[in-house]
Design a protein around this ligand. Structure first.
Ligand SMILES: Cc1cc2nc3c(=O)[nH]c(=O)nc-3n(C[C@H](O)[C@H](O)[C@H](O)COP(=O)(O)OP(=O)(O)OC[C@H]3O[C@@H](n4cnc5c(N)ncnc54)[C@H](O)[C@@H]3O)c2cc1C
Length: 245
């Protein structure tokens, strides 16, 4: 684990990922490498007119040796002061950050068959984990189940589809809760599809339990976790969670 320290970060580039999600690429102003483990997050200190607030954001990029850069993906929450500030922030502006932080990492299970389950920007730590595993050349199954409302809300869709096409051990499953008639993929909530994928992964591994990582808002995380523990009897040590609220 790398020590968590305060540092200044400059917003280098931004792009819109979906109608409500903005990607922000930061780099340390001192040019020092930003070292972290995939799945960790940073605390951003946001100087609002009424005083400073701190908000946590999972790092969406994989660590790159020697690089001062890291990427975030921020959902614009209606009436939310932190996310509104970050959606209005201009390239070139700087912020105080504290990090890296958090224990939502693959740790000693880094090369184990894994299922990642996310809704919305809960996907960000998994983008980092999958990218890091591909760079490391790991070949154990890395399956992602992502839930959103509409097709336009699919986060990093092209990139993940490309990774899955290029690497047979990577699978990208998307389920939409408000899909239009033309959508031919999965429908409904991630809860409706998680059991099937865990069973398939078990079968692929000769009955061995995969590790399942769940990230997003509390209600989804809690309900998927209950399902995995109660219906599929996944051992506690195989279920990892990160809650955004
Ligand atoms: C460890 C950790 C990592 C996080 N990583 C991310 C991330 O990568 N991207 C990101 O956008 N947010 C992330 N969050 C949430 C983030 O810290 C803020 O809570 C969020 O930006 C809302 O802050 P706000 O000041 O705009 O609104 P607030 O007024 O503080 O929050 C209002 C409500 O917004 C809802 N909310 C919080 N996060 C989200 C979200 N992502 N999508 C939809 N609704 C949400 C919650 O119900 C919350 O109660 C993370 C939180 C934690 C604890």
């Amino acid at each position: 684990m790398f020590p968590s320290r305060p540092f200044d970060a400059r917003l280098v580039t931004t792009r819109r990922l979906t109608p409500s999600v903005r990607e922000l690429v930061f780099e340390r102003t001192d040019g020092a490498p930003f070292q972290f483990d995939p799945g960790q997050w940073v605390n951003l200190v946001l100087p609002l007119p009424g005083g400073e607030i701190k908000r946590a954001y999972s790092i969406a990029s994989a660590p790159v040796a020697g690089s001062p850069r890291f990427e975030l993906a921020i959902t614009q929450v209606e009436g939310g002061p932190g996310s509104q500030y970050l959606h209005a922030m201009k390239e070139g502006e700087t912020l105080r950050a504290i990090g890296p932080q958090g224990l939502f990492t693959r740790g000693k299970d880094v090369a184990a068959p894994s299922l990642f389950i996310a809704t919305g920007t809960g996907l960000t730590p998994f983008r980092s984990m999958i990218q890091a595993a591909l760079t490391a050349g790991d070949t154990a199954p890395l399956w992602l189940l992502f839930g959103a409302r509409y097709e336009e809300d699919i986060l990093y869709g092209d990139e993940l589809t490309r990774w899955a096409a290029a690497h047979p051990h990577v699978r990208h499953e998307v389920t939409l809760s408000k899909a239009t008639n033309g959508w031919t993929g999965r429908r409904g909530y991630v809860q409706h599809h998680a059991s099937e994928l865990v069973r398939d992964l078990r079968a692929l591994g000769g009955g061995a339990d995969p590790h399942v990582y769940i990230c997003g808002l509390d209600r989804m995380v809690g309900s998927v976790k209950d399902l995995l523990r109660n219906e599929l009897a996944l051992p506690r040590k195989h279920v990892h969670t990160e809650r955004y609220d």
